[in-house]
Design a protein around this ligand. Structure first.
Ligand SMILES: [Zn+2]
Length: 152
């Protein structure tokens, strides 16, 4: 049995690179070509087209790290600190803020090539694992469960 996804409306398994890669469920404006994430139907942020002009688009989960920060304290007790958040510019265009699969004491440098991965983290039910999205440096191994910032 495959471990369920925590947020299946936002990402899915598969994509370029190693096993465990993920792609993102974004959208494309058929009127102007603008690519966005996540998929929404309210209107294109660039030209205002809406409705059928906004089509689903699968975005490759690869990009470049623009910024990152290690969080040492978090307001939600179920989010175990420390963990690393980052801002990634996807190769398809959108910029996303995301959890990184990275060591809090040695996070990747800005400019590092990143890839979306699905990692197993504790779910909301006791002893149930789910797969959630993390971005990891390409060509870097998993940093380990303790660095993933999953729900505890
Ligand atoms: Zn548009």
């Amino acid at each position: 049995m495959t471990t369920p996804l925590l947020k299946p409306s936002l990402y899915e398994a598969g994509g370029p690179g190693a096993t465990g890669s993920a792609s993102l469920k974004g959208g494309r404006c058929l009127a102007c070509g603008y690519v966005f994430f996540p998929l929404q139907r309210y209107g294109c942020e660039q030209c205002g087209a809406h409705g059928d002009a906004l089509a689903p688009a699968t975005l490759a989960g690869t990009g470049t790290l623009l910024a990152r920060a290690t969080v040492h304290m978090h307001a939600r007790p179920e989010r175990t600190a420390p963990f690393v958040i980052g801002t990634v510019r996807l190769d398809d265009g959108p910029v996303v803020r995301t959890l990184l699969d990275a060591s809090p004491t040695a996070p990747p440098s800005c400019g590092t090539r990143m890839r979306a991965m699905l990692v197993e983290v504790p779910g909301t039910e006791p002893a149930v694992l789910v797969r959630d999205l993390r971005f990891a440096a390409i060509d870097a191994g998993p940093a380990g469960a303790s660095a993933r910032g999953g729900l505890a």
